[in-house]
Design a protein around this ligand. Sequence first.
Ligand code: 5GP
Ligand code: ZN
Length: 142
Amino acid sequence: MKDCIFCKIVANEIPSYTVYEDDIVKAFLDISQGTPGHTLVIPKKHIPNIFEYDEELASQVFARIPKIARAVKASNPDIKGMNILNNNGQVAYQSVFHSHFHLIPRYSNQDDFKMIFKDNSNRYDADDLKKIQESIKEHMGD
Ligand code: 5GP
Ligand code: ZN
C-alpha cells in the first residue's frame, strides 16, 4: 500500500534489520528496541489490523510466531521471557497501520517494558459478566 512504512520495508525500499522472512511474513528489529531484541513480525500483505485478517492469513502468520520468538529468545542468554503484543487502533497505541506483532524480550521486572491493567473484578457481578458474555457471543458469527 502506498505511503505505508511497513509495505516499504517489505519491498526493501526502506532498510530494516531483517531476522526472518518468507513468502508470508517478514520479521525485523523494531527501531525503538524497547528492550534489546525487540522484533516486529508483519504479514507481507497489507492488513491494517487484527479485525481484517481472514482465517487463512491469520493461521499462516500465527504459525510462524513461535519459531521467531524462540530464535529471539535463544539469541541472548539474559532473556528470561517475552511479551507478545498486537496493538489495534490509535486508542490501543497502534501508530503504524499495517498489522504487526511485537516480540518484546524480557530481562527482568525492572527492564524498560511495563504493562499495566487494573484488576476491576470487584466492580462486576455475575449478571454483568453474563451480559458481556452474551453480547460477544451474539457477534461471533460475523
Ligand atoms: P505500534 O505503536 O503501531 O504498535 O508499533 C509501531 C512500531 O513500529 C513502533 O514500536 C516503532 O518503533 C516501529 N517503527 C516505526 N517506524 C519504523 C521503521 O521505519 N523501522 C522499524 N524497524 N521500526 C519502525
Ligand atoms: Zn502496509
